[in-house]
Design a protein around this ligand. Structure first.
Ligand code: NAD
Length: 434
């Protein structure tokens, strides 16, 4: 099928490349000329495992192309995916500016009937209002149908998730459009949930909010574990073996970040507010998450006292491993607080040094060399559980640091291993070792 994908960010690019891989003819469209320039040369503007290989392969096959021109991008396309950003506004609600601008551009350039498929995460009711808006502005007398097809990929494993996800959700009030989307997605061979437009929009928010709640739940338990002398990892293991609970997303740590959980929980709360329902559970989920960063900083301050003149190595800048995305990364707030307390900071990240430079306090020295970051520092603080960080033996940390002191915001190391290494090891919701 002939498909256009509008927006070539983390979601749009992966979607476009994977739709080409399963045999569709795909044009990806973005207003960012630099991105499109790179993509036309087979270079991915984002770091995502396996993406560049599929990109090159499908460019060569002639199934995939990239443009900044809406005439070219929409010409002859029966299906148009919308994958532009929906960031957070000042009051927490979703900013629909990009969706509206893309909708207007579709209305101005569409010359044939088309099904519009919204991948972007949008508040309930948005698909219906976007459809109305496009219909009212159409330059040609064509017919449009609309489908909500929310995205569940995880950055870092986005390509894998597209081919091996748990389900594909498609929602529409138009049976013909639903049937078409089912056909497009059939080659992925994944379970398909067919539902109405509003329920599909809601499934996305409810799923992200539930996962965020699971993380905050275990983080709250971690606090109590620290007080009562229990080990939160053992608690999580014992809880997770109960199939009603499940073991995933029960990893205590410095809290969730990224471009989705914080903004989507906020958008859900804003949605509730607009119906005079305050969503008290989700407010607490966010509160607990915010406090996790503060907790890590407090642990460091309690142990080291005055941070003036102290050098601290922050390990991992991104909000999780295997991505270069810095959006809402816990590293930012931890760095700001430590710096405000007088510490000199070094930051390590294997892939995101350039992106980190744009958002971290200017005085943080950034490097992609782990040893260089740790060497001679007064302590190291793990923010992201990158493989490189987990693979460096604790004995080596101890040898590199000015004094053998490690704060682990991701509980990367087994306590027995930490004990044997001799390093003083502080983690989240587990006893201090050595
Ligand atoms: P992104 O910011 O990485 O990419 C958005 C892209 O849209 C950018 O390249 C931007 O230049 C382009 N764009 C903006 N306006 C445009 C226009 N008028 N015409 C053409 N292109 C335009 O965003 P993302 O992370 O890919 O997220 C996209 C949507 O998917 C959001 O709603 C997000 O909540 C949702 N989502 C994201 C993830 C994730 O892991 N990143 C997962 C699931 C859902």
């Amino acid at each position: 099928m002939n498909i256009a994908v509008i927006g070539t960010g983390y979601v749009g690019l992966v979607t476009g490349v994977c739709l080409a891989e399963i045999g569709h003819s795909v044009t990806c469209l973005d207003i960012d000329e630099e991105k499109i320039g790179l993509l036309n040369h087979g270079k991915s503007p984002i770091f995502e495992e396996g993406l560049e290989d599929l990109l090159e392969k499908n460019l060569q096959r002639g199934r995939l192309d990239f443009t900044t021109d809406y005439w070219e991008g929409l010409a002859g396309k029966e299906i148009i995916y919308l994958a532009v950003g929906t960031p957070e506004t000042a009051d927490g609600s979703a900013d629909l500016t990009f969706i509206e601008a893309a909708g207007r551009a579709i209305a101005a350039h569409l010359k044939q009937n088309a099904v519009i498929v919204t991948k972007s995460t949008v508040p309930v009711g948005t698909n219906q209002s976007i459809k109305r808006m496009i219909e009212s502005e159409l330059a040609e007398p064509v017919q449009i149908r609309i489908v909500s097809n929310p995205e569940f990929l995880r950055q870092g494993t986005a390509v894998h998730d597209t081919f091996h996800g748990d389900r594909i959700v498609i929602g529409s009030d138009d049976p013909a459009a639903l049937a078409l989307l089912e056909e497009i997605n059939r080659p992925f061979q994944l379970p398909i949930v067919k539902t109405d437009l509003r329920s599909a929009e809601m499934i996305k928010y409810a799923s992200n909010a539930f996962l965020a709640a699971k993380i905050s739940f275990i983080n709250e338990m971690a606090h109590l574990c620290a007080h009562v002398g229990a080990n939160v990892d053992n608690v999580a293991e014992g809880m997770g073996m109960d199939s009603r609970i499940g073991g995933k997303f029960l990893q205590a740590g410095v809290g969730y970040g990224g471009s989705c959980f914080p903004k989507d929980t906020n958008a859900l709360i804003a949605m509730g507010r607009s119906y005079d329902y305050p969503m008290p559970l989700l407010g607490s989920v966010q509160h607990v998450n915010d406090k996790q960063r503060d907790w890590l900083v407090e642990m460091i301050q309690t142990r080291l006292g005055n941070l003036e003149g102290k050098t601290i190595a922050l390990l991992g800048m991104t909000f999780k491993p295997n991505t270069d995305d810095m959006r809402e990364s816990p590293a930012i707030r931890v760095a700001e607080q430590l710096q405000a307390a007088g510490a000199t900071l070094r930051g390590y990240d294997p892939v995101a040094v350039l992106r980190a430079r744009q958002v971290m306090p200017a005085t943080v020295m950034l490097t992609d060399n782990l040893q260089e970051a740790v060497q001679g520092a007064d302590c190291a603080v793990i923010i992201t559980d990158w493989k490189q960080v987990k693979d460096l033996p604790l004995e080596e940390y101890a040898g590199l640091l000015a004094s053998p002191l490690l704060f682990d915001g991701r509980n990367c190391f087994n306590l027995k291993v930490a004990e044997a290494s001799g390093i003083e090891y502080h983690s989240i919701g587990r006893p201090i070792v050595n």
